[in-house]
Design a protein around this ligand. Structure first.
Ligand SMILES: Cc1cc2nc3c(=O)[nH]c(=O)nc-3n(C[C@H](O)[C@H](O)[C@H](O)COP(=O)(O)OP(=O)(O)OC[C@H]3O[C@@H](n4cnc5c(N)ncnc54)[C@H](O)[C@@H]3O)c2cc1C
Length: 323
């Protein structure tokens, strides 16, 4: 089987260290690793996986992942399908395109809609999968259509925005793991280069001062719980505390970092993984951290927040290769 795979999928590599492909710098080896640079490569790799009944994991920028120390016993397909084609105020963009780069390219044209994503080290595909967002703006706000392959049927399909089932940090692509995003059409608003660039600068400054960008991480570990679903007394008390003058009625989510901090966990360390003191919804790699250490901190934070606030935190980070 091994020789057949190597022969039928030119470019596939064996035993590749996944830590090198994640922003956490954590993760064991992939049994097979393949980089898809175009749609045809992706189709070929998915066909091989289907024929050999091999588990597949789709990798974007690796910036929202915790990969097991044991790695992944199947085929990892890294989506390097780039291509950025501006057509009027729209852009047709490959799923592997880097969000930050796209934010700058659109800013050059004076297009607004992706300012929030400058500094996010992920791809367009990964952002659509998890409906990435920041500063009150989501990728779904500017999305028109998504082109995806179903890895079970190997058929292509175009999804209109309404078919993507977007909600808080969620989409049809997260719910149905058979769908692999190939490209998307985004539509911007014309605002002017200076204005867009100044918003990007402001957001980057915020990230630099509030987030532990100096350490490897996977961004926010937990989704911020929706305020409406929380016991009203807790939600109101927290909203008033954190709002600093903002109308509490306008606060839709409660920061998970605030809840974790209130449990006294900021700075908590297991092995070389640590709950960031700067932002408690980040777990950082101090150097050589193991996936099992990060996982222990995730479990601890979840347990303590539930005990103190009766709130079940949902991980935003995606887990790969854990049994
Ligand atoms: C410093 C830092 C800051 C961050 N800031 C933010 C932020 O402000 N807002 C935010 O929402 N997130 C943020 N993140 C998290 C992360 O960058 C985003 O969620 C990003 O969109 C993930 O994209 P990715 O390409 O890295 O996906 P990956 O981490 O590679 O994958 C995440 C999931 O998406 C799936 N996936 C990836 N590509 C495809 C595809 N083409 N088709 C189908 N499935 C796919 C993978 O299988 C996996 O399940 C941050 C992370 C870091 C490290």
């Amino acid at each position: 089987m091994k020789n057949e795979i190597l022969q039928k999928l030119p470019g596939v590599r064996e035993n590749v260290l996944l830590a090198d492909y994640t922003t956490y710098k954590i993760g064991g080896h992939a049994k097979y690793f393949f980089v898809a640079k175009k749609k045809e490569d992706l189709m070929a790799a998915l066909k091989i996986a289907k024929d050999f009944k091999m588990p597949v994991f789709i990798l974007g920028g690796g910036s929202n992942l915790l990969i097991s120390d044991d790695g992944f016993a199947g085929l990892v397909i890294k989506i390097d399908i780039f291509g950025v084609d501006f057509q009027g105020e729209k852009v047709i963009v490959g799923a592997g395109s880097n969000l930050t780069k796209l934010a700058y390219l659109s800013a050059e044209k004076g297009f607004s809609g992706l300012e929030w994503s400058a500094g996010v080290p992920g791809t367009v595909g990964g952002a659509i999968y998890g409906n990435a967002q920041a500063f009150g703006v989501k990728i779904s706000d500017i999305l028109e259509t998504v082109e995806a392959i179903n890895c079970k049927t190997l058929k292509m399909k175009n999804f209109a925005k309404e078919q993507c089932q977007f909600s808080l940090k969620n989409s049809i692509f997260k719910k149905n793991k058979s769908l692999v995003i190939v490209s998307a059409v985004l539509k911007f608003e014309k605002l002017g280069e200076e204005q867009v660039k100044s918003k990007i600068k402001e957001f980057l400054e915020y990230r630099k001062t509030r987030h532990p960008v100096e350490f490897p991480s996977a961004g926010s570990v937990f989704v911020n719980p929706v305020r409406n679903g929380l016991p009203k007394t807790i939600a109101d008390a927290l909203a008033v505390r954190i709002s600093n003058g903002v109308n509490p009625e306008k606060i839709e989510v409660i920061p998970a970092g605030y809840l974790i901090q209130q449990c006294g966990l900021a700075g908590k360390r297991i092995g070389n993984a640590q709950v960031s003191e700067k932002h408690a919804n980040f777990i950082i790699n101090l150097g050589g951290a193991k996936a099992k250490d990060v996982l222990s901190l995730i479990k601890l934070a979840k347990k303590e927040v539930e005990k103190k606030f009766n709130i079940k935190l949902e991980p935003e980070v995606q887990f790969v290769g854990f049994k």
